[in-house]
Design a binder for this molecule. Structure first.
Ligand SMILES: *[C@@H]1O[C@H](CO)[C@@H](O)[C@H](O)[C@H]1NC(C)=O
Length: 385
């Protein structure tokens, strides 16, 4: 009898322990989703006005370029900024545009561009991240033969890299793509007529009317995706042939700039000064759907997007236009810039549905368990009496 009694009381204690445990688990699930604030990083670097942003997964920091100082900097989660590269061989006042990390070769690739009134200069630079940023190559990018840089100059705008270390660079002024191999040999890779076939958006203003191919990402299945600012179109470009196809979308990404890809589910992010678009495709980008549009801070002039730790999406608020126009007040160039996490409510919503299902399931299980427990105790009582 005594043994049975203590058995019953242990079970009775666990009768209370279980719901408490369940509540703790539930709370730990609920709290992060409601209290976890968007991650905002502010960093100080007077006059930097960065345009390019990428994430280095190995060293766990962001990388940003400078508008005029020929430098590339790392920015930590906590906003600690350090100068990683200072390359005085670049032409004076040249701008660092798109950035990409080549993880295979542990290199950083950077688009270099000199804007008027500086002499024309378009190049791709590669820096060795293992040796603290030693330059591997600085490859000038060839103009199209016969094109003497007449009216518009080439603009090496953004870069993507494949697993072998080949870089693909968009020329946003002339609508073609360069390729630079891992030894630095540069050539014109894709000049698809499709890049000039789409109508420029009716509401394109001077800030992007002449800006064509821009953000670019490499997809492991042998192709690239590239977005065109002034038409809002996305193209799928074959990695071998350079042939392009128009990706059918449920909307135009007008004034699109940087682009990034989330490995986990292949989601593509495209940023503009006004918003961030999230795109998905079921058929390797013959067709795609814009499934969310997130408003961004227009004043911050976002130009680039990247995916960092735990698949978090970040945009760069580099206020580049202010730097270009010199439109700052008497207090001089701006000192503070930002990298901010962006959340999709749509995705958050999905998570929450899962949470409700989980809670419902837990509750049902709890009721069932309680019912069993009641039966057990009733049986026990019968035995004892
Ligand atoms: C670079 O910029 C500085 C500051 O605006 C200017 O004084 C200098 O003349 C520029 N250099 C060139 C080569 O244009």
């Amino acid at each position: 009898m005594k043994a049975n009694m203590s058995y019953a009381s242990t079970r009775c204690r666990s009768f209370f322990v279980f719901p408490i445990l369940f509540a703790v688990v539930l709370l730990s699930l609920l709290i992060p989703s409601s209290a976890d604030k968007r991650h905002v990083i502010n960093f100080r670097s007077p006059g930097l006005y960065p345009e390019g942003l990428t994430w280095d997964p190995r060293d766990q920091h962001f990388l940003v370029g400078s508008l005029h100082s020929r430098t590339i900097h790392s920015v930590s989660d906590a906003g600690v900024i350090e100068t990683l590269i200072s390359d005085l061989d670049l032409p004076e006042n040249a701008t660092i545009l798109g950035l990409a990390v080549d993880s295979t070769n542990r290199r950083l690739l950077a688009c270099i561009h000199s804007s008027p009134p500086l002499p024309p200069f378009s190049a791709l630079a590669a820096y060795d991240l293992r040796s603290g940023g030693r330059r591997v190559f600085l490859s000038p990018l060839p103009s199209f033969p016969g094109d003497d840089e007449g009216i518009a100059r080439d603009v090496a705008n953004d870069v993507a890299v494949d697993f072998k270390g080949n870089a693909y660079v968009t020329n946003s002024a002339k609508n073609f793509i360069w390729k630079v191999d891992r030894d630095g040999a540069a050539s014109i890779f894709s000049r698809s007529p499709l890049f000039n076939s789409q109508p420029v958006a009716a509401d394109a203003d001077a800030s992007f009317r002449d800006c064509g191919l821009n953000g670019i990402v490499y997809i492991s299945k042998g192709y690239l995706l590239v977005v065109q600012s002034n038409t809002g179109k996305v193209f799928k470009v074959d990695e071998e042939s350079g042939n392009a196809r128009l990706v059918l979308l449920n909307g135009d990404l007008i004034a699109a700039d940087g682009m990034a890809r989330r490995r986990r589910d292949g989601t593509i992010m495209v940023v503009s000064q006004k918003k961030l678009w999230l795109l998905k495709s079921q058929d390797s980008w013959s067709e795609g759907v814009v499934y969310d549009e997130i408003d961004l801070d227009l004043e911050g002039f976002p130009t680039a997007v990247t995916v960092a730790e735990r698949d978090r999406i970040y945009v760069l608020y580099g206020r580049v236009m202010e730097g270009i126009m010199g439109s700052y007040k008497e207090e001089g160039p701006r000192e503070w810039f930002g990298i901010e996490e962006v959340w999709s409510e749509k995705e958050g919503g999905e998570d929450k549905i899962w949470l409700y299902v989980l809670i419902g399931f837990g509750f049902a299980y709890f009721c069932f368990w309680r019912f069993q427990m009641k039966k057990l105790i009733t049986n026990m009582d019968k035995k004892i009496t």
